[in-house]
Design a protein around this ligand. Structure first.
Ligand SMILES: Nc1nc2c(ncn2[C@@H]2O[C@H](COP(=O)(O)OP(=O)(O)OP(=O)(O)O)[C@@H](O)[C@H]2O)c(=O)[nH]1
Ligand SMILES: [Mg+2]
Length: 362
């Protein structure tokens, strides 16, 4: 049960990247967001990969077990590594209102250690949200099997599980996309998703989505998905809602089946009541009449568009093996719009190379 402990209006968030992919994401986020309410840590069994994280605090797990050379694609080694450092991990978690774990499922460290860290959070009654990528089918059956096993454990232990299948990314981008571009795109999508989540949790808006609200929605059983839409002008509000509700990365999922939804509206300048009602009304019309819906709005001067609409749908079933349905060129354009250009924030080119390729010595 997701039961917030804190009485503070603001929440302290601990973001932990686990394994190569996870640390890539946490590192990217650390370079972008500075907030007193946010702590970022990079957790890995791979000492060399940790050395290249440009932000956040590094935690090397399983040093006695792996000598700092990684978990060698074995989730049981990732789990044992987390167990080796359990005391330290527990101490890091204590005192935070919410934990966000980000990882790439399919390898050793992320797949093995992330469910264990989620378990520690559950023992400590700290609400835990996991944002995870699923491997490409082309990475082989074994990686997908590991990922599926990791997902099962995370479904039991995390309060909310947001998955981003890597295969959907390539379909969205087209078959000819370069592998590095596909990963950059996916890392940006991951980063934007988590960054919006953190913003929503740590910024006090006019109508505030607080941890209690968040908890009610997150307690819906099943998977969660998150969609973001933008508009540069008042006329584009409907399109922004549509973008958020029809995120092509989740094309197998019908958001109208969500049992709970959080809608967060961010605006650069004050929007009208009619515009706010239009946004919430459009989402409401899409959902089942029994779905629980919570809305919030914040004014954000740094926003680079007129309005940003964020929708988290919960109580859904994400089928990782369902083949993708056809998507249109409109969907592709929308997704490219959603994912803003990656700014050159990372000092090391090294981090632009996907972790699991780097680990193969590329
Ligand atoms: N989107 C995205 N996915 C990645 C990236 N790096 C790895 N992945 C995915 O994440 C899965 C796990 O890879 P890693 O994160 O390198 O594995 P790990 O958790 O460090 O595990 P070990 O290296 O075996 O200890 C891979 O099978 C890929 O599908 C990345 O930069 N972006
Ligand atoms: Mg690794």
């Amino acid at each position: 049960m997701f039961l917030p402990e804190s009485n503070n209006a603001k929440m302290t968030v601990l973001l932990a990247g686990v394994g190569g992919c996870g640390c890539n994401t946490s590192s990217l986020l650390g370079a972008e967001i500075q907030s007193d309410d946010l702590t970022i840590i990079n957790i890995n069994t791979d000492a060399a990969a940790l050395d290249h994280c440009s932000s956040g605090d590094n935690i090397l797990i399983g040093k006695n077990l792996t000598n700092g050379f990684g978990a060698g694609s074995a989730p049981e080694v990732g789990l044992a590594a987390a167990e080796e450092n359990e005391k330290q991990l527990r101490e890091l978690l204590i005192g935070n209102d919410i934990l966000i774990l980000t990882t790439g499922l399919g390898g050793g460290t992320g797949t093995g250690a992330t469910p264990h860290i989620a378990k520690i959070a559950r023992d400590l009654a700290i609400p835990c949200i996991v944002v995870a990528t699923l491997p490409f089918q082309s990475e082989g059956k074994m990686r997908m099997n590991y990922a599926t096993q990791g997902l099962e454990l995370l479904r039991e232990r995390a309060h909310a599980l947001i998955t981003l299948p890597n295969d959907n990314l390539v379909e969205v981008l087209g078959e000819t996309v370069g592998i590095f571009d596909a990963f950059k795109f996916s890392n940006t999508a991951l980063k934007n998703t988590i960054s919006s989540l953190i913003d929503m949790l740590t910024t006090t808006g006019f109508i505030n989505v607080d941890l209690n609200d968040f908890g009610k929605i997150m307690n819906q059983k099943g998977d969660a998905i998150l969609g973001i839409g933008h508009s540069d002008n008042p006329e584009g509000i409907e399109d922004a809602v549509e973008q958020a509700l029809k995120n092509p990365l989740y094309k197998n999922i019908d958001i109208s089946k969500a049992q709970g939804a959080i809608i967060q509206v961010n605006c650069k300048e004050e929007i009208t009541l009619a515009e706010y009602n239009k946004i919430t009304g459009l989402v409401n019309n899409m959902l089942d009449e029994h779905a629980l819906m919570i809305c919030g709005i914040s004014k954000k001067q740094h926003l680079d568009c007129y309005v940003e609409v964020l929708v988290i749908g919960t109580g859904l079933t994400v089928s990782e093996s369902t083949p993708a349905t056809q998507i249109t060129s409109d969907d592709i354009a929308r997704t490219s719009d959603n994912v803003k250009e990656i700014k050159p924030q990372i000092k090391h080119e090294y981090l632009n190379i996907p972790a699991f390729i780097r680990n193969k010595g590329a």
